[in-house]
Design a protein around this ligand. Structure first.
Ligand code: SF4
Ligand code: SF4
Length: 365
């Protein structure tokens, strides 16, 4: 029996024990299985290499990977591509970019074939109401600091563009320098009836190299960072961030959709994944495997390590990939009944973030 089979068998045995101990968890466990079915074959699609912002340390442009592909501009070709993807069994699509809202016709063509998906956008452009995917809008600061971090003051624009849109969840990218802004931003989201969760800044290798080499600032994606002042976390700032976010989770249930369990896992100061000799994560579900594949803007399967090829694995805390990894790795949490409940919370969080409330696979608890 292989190690994987051993681990699977051990996890199943432990889960059965926990369910015997607390039978009321059975329906939640059943739901976690449905959620995993939704993600059974999920692919990532970069729809365009265009963007209208200049976020510091951008994981798309701060590196060379995007230069490997020339964007296909024929929407009929995109439709044929998505049709073939669906025929190959793709159950969920992650649609990113650069900025996918600049290619809405392609989103529509995807939606004609791939039933579920999430769009990862900066929120500056409205997304057509007939596109039936969840929308995750990135936020990098408050009204006063968004321009500093993103090269454009788009804070209110995204909040107003998507008022009363049930597809939307905001995702605040935390770095040690914007932590103090979290309570104010969450209060505004609460006032506007929006939901919000949190991502932790995950540097690209290029960003790290520039800091290490004392590179001069430029007018693109390295405008404000230096060795002395940058967006990297250490154990102390992770600990501080964990505390701030956990307080907001307790204070704003319903508005903050991060779970305490997921937040604690993301702010562990150790790397989230096992690293191989080259420093690449072995057990990250964002890697290009047979059941998850990233496609660049030329519609070709990416030969890079994952859909965020520029990011440094040791410091990677990207929330979508972490949550998709944890869902399929219950063994990380099965040390106790409380750990099992944490894992169920994390499975539910994926559904709350990535599925629409109307989804039949997401019956509310
Ligand atoms: S919105 Fe920001 S992070 Fe996203 S692609 Fe544009 S510049 Fe990069
Ligand atoms: S998504 Fe996975 S493979 Fe990609 S940078 Fe992050 S840890 Fe590494």
């Amino acid at each position: 029996m292989s190690n994987t089979e051993h681990s699977l068998r051990d996890s199943t045995r432990r889960i059965e024990q926990f369910l015997t101990q607390m039978p009321s968890l059975k329906s939640r466990y059943q739901r976690s299985r449905l959620i995993r079915k939704v993600l059974r074959k999920s692919n990532n699609y970069d729809l365009t290499s265009r963007c209208n912002l200049f976020c510091e340390g951008c994981f798309y442009f701060e590196g060379d990977d995007y230069k490997n592909a020339t964007e296909v501009t024929d929407d009929d070709a995109w439709e044929a591509f998505f049709k073939a993807q669906a025929a190959a069994g793709v159950s969920f699509g992650f649609f990113a970019g650069a900025e996918p809202a600049l290619s809405q016709e392609r989103l529509l063509r995807a939606a004609a074939h791939i039933p579920r998906g999430s769009i990862h956008t900066n929120g500056t452009i409205r997304i057509r109401p007939e596109i039936p995917y969840s929308i995750q809008i990135s936020v990098w600061g408050d009204e006063d600091t968004t321009a500093h971090f993103r090269g454009g003051n788009v804070f209110w624009k995204s909040i107003r563009n998507f008022a009363n849109d049930p597809r939307v969840r905001f995702v605040f990218t935390i770095n040690p320098n914007n932590l103090a802004q979290l309570p104010g931003v969450v209060r505004i989201m609460n006032d506007y009836g929006h939901r919000i969760m949190f991502n932790y800044f995950s540097p690209t290798q290029t960003y790290l190299d520039k800091l290490a080499n004392g590179a001069s600032n430029d007018d693109g994606f390295f405008r404000i960072s230096s060795d002395n002042s940058n967006m990297l976390f250490n154990a102390e700032s992770l600990h501080r961030s964990r505390g701030v976010v956990n307080e907001l989770i307790a204070q704003y249930p319903g508005t903050v959709i991060q779970t305490r369990a997921f937040n604690d896992a993301l702010t562990d100061p150790k790397p989230l994944y096992e690293l191989d000799e080259q420093g690449v994560a072995r057990n990250c579900n964002g890697r290009n495997f047979d059941w998850h594949q990233g496609y660049r803007v030329d519609m070709q399967p990416s030969d890079a390590k994952c859909c965020m090829p520029n990011v440094n694995c040791e410091q990677c805390r990207l929330y979508t990939i972490a949550i998709a990894s944890f869902i399929f790795q219950p063994e990380r949490f099965l040390h106790s009944l409380a750990g099992f409940q944490d894992w169920l919370d994390i499975c539910d969080q994926f559904a709350r973030v990535c599925l629409l409330e109307t989804d039949i696979e997401w019956p509310s608890a």
